[in-house]
Design a protein around this ligand. Structure first.
Ligand code: 48H
Length: 265
């Protein structure tokens, strides 16, 4: 068998440090920062990167995919209602139509295909990185995010006094799921009022999410479950069609805002 190339420890460490530093430096300024790598954030990122935007997804966990990995009740199956199976077809995710308009797929297969599609499109990730705050200009325009390492943010203040850093971007998308953490930062400052997501009502919830996905404050777009929390919409349980399509809508809204640089095709 052929021998592994003669590479030492220092070479490996240098490769990691310089690769990280190069990417971080480049993405300190981007077209769009998406907070949250769940299904809505990954879809939005994929669509924007495919159109040539520089997209960074900030994710507090080590793994990407949010709730899309394990679906409902730790059972590794995800469901999607018509018409969102269009996205499953597009991403090459196998599924079964179990009843009229209701598809079921394997969570790990669906999620890994979506992550791969985002990576293939050119999305870059800052994982183990927690969103802490927004960059706001005097006219109230959202102009970036303030982030820190998840391990630093998780430790008690007394033993870590590490300031976060700022990343500039033209648009920020809140795809943080139920907590709507980015929108909540505006609420803390009295700039917006969130309503909290409502009780479950599958039939109404998904259409309402798509209807309400959009810009909630100059420079800030909300997608996925964060839309329900922002507008007080019913929840839908472990069905993910609206998450995927809300990501698509969020990307369209972002492209509309940057139309002078990325004209409609
Ligand atoms: C960095 C953060 C931060 C932070 C959170 O929960 P998600 O999967 O979000 P969506 O909206 O794409 O999908 C929601 C779906 O998974 C779901 O839960 C459904 C449909 N529920 C229905 C119901 O009735 O309950 O992903 C959000 C991601 C996660 O990976 C978080 O770790 C991440 O955002 N995140 N990342 N900084 N402050 N907060």
């Amino acid at each position: 068998m052929e021998k592994f190339s003669a590479v030492g420890e220092k070479d490996i460490t240098r490769a990691i440090v310089s690769g990280f530093a190069k990417q971080f430096q480049e993405y300190v300024e981007s077209d769009c920062v998406i907070v949250g790598a769940g299904p809505s954030g990954l879809m939005a990122g994929r669509d924007l990167a495919r159109r040539g935007l520089k997209v960074l997804i900030v994710e507090r966990n080590n793994y990407l995919g949010g709730g899309f990995w394990i679906g409902g009740y730790l059972m590794n199956k995800v469901t999607v209602r018509h018409p969102a199976e269009r996205v499953l077809d597009e991403l090459g995710i196998p599924y079964e139509e179990v009843s009229n308009g209701l598809m079921v797929a394997d969570g790990p297969h669906a999620c890994s295909k979506l992550i791969a599609a985002a990576c293939d499109a050119g999305v870059k990730f800052a994982n183990m990185t927690v969103f802490e705050d927004l960059v706001l200009r005097e006219d109230g325009q959202v102009s970036g995010v303030v982030i820190n390492w998840t391990p630093v943010a998780s430790l008690p203040r007394e033993i870590t006094c590490v300031d976060p850093v700022g990343m500039e971007s033209e648009i920020v998308i809140d795809a943080t799921g139920h907590d709507a953490q980015v929108v909540k930062k505006l609420e803390e400052r009295g700039l917006i009022k969130t309503k909290g997501f409502g009780a479950m009502w599958v039939e109404r919830s998904e259409d309402l999410i798509i209807e309400h996905t959009g810009e909630v404050h100059p420079g800030l777009i909300v997608a996925g479950m964060a839309v329900s929390t922002t507008f007080g919409l019913p929840r839908m349980g472990p069905t993910f069609g609206a998450m995927l399509l809300s990501g698509e809508v969020a990307a369209r809204v972002a492209l509309g805002k940057l139309e002078s640089r990325f004209p409609a095709r």
